[in-house]
Write a protein that binds this ligand. Structure first.
Ligand SMILES: *Cc1c(COP(=O)(O)O)cnc(C)c1O
Length: 333
């Protein structure tokens, strides 16, 4: 916890226009420590989307809370219309996931939360720089969680994460939680964790962050090129492009594709790698974790969702090559 960490935290806080950024070991710990610091009623229910990384639900579980899954909508993000009927007297919070570099319709989610006296916290691990109605992902709820895992839009050379908050009480708790519960002068006042962001990772992140606007613009240009070239293929549903309210950073370019598995094989034959996010599963499909499974849109998603190559080493010609190959596949079938 030297100068590189402090100055990276300050820079990020300035960019996001929040009071505090706290570097931690990884994105999962960011969610866990944030939830711990919120002091929610033990055993309380937290509503989150089924289409997310298991880390979102695991953090809820390890914070002594119960993950309750809700469905997603056309943009693959938490469906605000599927939240209210899942609220019980045990519900304590809503945990939207700002997936694929896009931010949920946070005004609708916050409206539901305040109507039902619930807290909001954000898994914004995929959404640094993403905005809804000109406000950054991660700045809507009590806290936002960031991940700097190498495959994220801002990645370090290992694991890393951060918590975003403007709540000073939450901040002072998390500062202690990430460092063994220690306060100033080594006095330990609570059970804590070893969950610091390494100084060397912070130094790498600081250097990469100086170029972050360019990173975002590159990703957005590549995504727009995909959308231009693929929009006339009826077998494919594309992710939404910005509208009046959304500013996406395209952490991923996740489409829905007819005959997905055959398409994947055909693309591999043509030396194009794709990914099914998290192995092709949504959280309701892990019966051993005992979560609810009534999320039909997510169930459909897992049958046809697919991520096309998108990273800052790609050129417009690469995108054209991928699109041409996809077109050839559907011409044959
Ligand atoms: C990456 C990610 C996380 C966890 O981040 P780690 O740094 O790998 O712990 C949590 N939620 C989502 C949606 C993610 O994409």
């Amino acid at each position: 916890m030297q100068d590189d960490l402090t100055s990276f935290e300050e820079e990020l806080a300035k960019y996001l226009n929040v009071k505090h950024v706290i570097g931690v070991a990884d994105g999962t710990m960011a969610i866990l420590l944030g939830l711990k610091a919120m002091n929610l009623t033990p055993g309380g229910e937290v509503i989150l989307p089924s289409h997310t990384f298991v880390a979102t639900a695991a953090a809820v579980k390890h914070a002594g809370l119960k993950p309750v899954l809700a469905d997603c909508k056309e943009d693959h993000l938490l469906d605000h219309n599927d939240i209210e009927h899942r609220i019980t007297e045990k519900t304590v919070a809503i945990l939207p996931v700002q997936l694929n570099g896009r931010t949920c319709e946070m005004d609708k989610i916050q409206e539901i939360a305040s109507k039902n006296s619930l807290k909001v916290a954000e898994d914004s691990c995929q959404a640094l720089g993403s905005k809804f109605k000109d406000q950054f992902a991660g700045t809507f709820g009590s806290f936002g969680a960031l991940s700097f895992y190498p495959s994220k839009t801002l990645g370090c050379f290992g694991d890393g994460g951060a918590i975003i908050t403007s709540d000073s009480e939450l901040y002072s708790k998390i500062i202690q939680l990430r460092d063994h519960g220690r306060g100033k002068n080594g006095l330990v006042t609570k059970w804590g964790f070893n969950s610091r962001l390494d100084n060397i990772q912070a130094a790498i992140l600081k250097a990469k962050f100086s170029n972050y606007e360019f990173t975002i613009q590159t990703r957005r240009s590549l995504a727009k090129h995909y959308i231009r070239l693929l929009s006339d293929i009826s077998e494919i549903v594309l992710p939404p492009l910005d509208d009046l309210y959304h500013f996406d950073v395209f952490q991923n370019f996740e489409i829905r594709a007819k005959n997905r598995d055959d398409l994947v094989d055909y693309l591999i034959e043509n030396e194009i790698g794709t990914l099914k996010q998290w192995g092709g599963f949504c959280l309701h499909q892990f019966p051993d974790l005992n979560m609810n499974s009534d999320t039909p849109f997510c169930e459909e998603l897992t049958k046809n969702f697919l991520m096309l190559p998108l990273n800052t080493t790609l050129t417009m010609e690469d995108i054209e090559h991928v699109c041409k190959t996809i077109k050839n596949f559907y011409k044959k079938t």
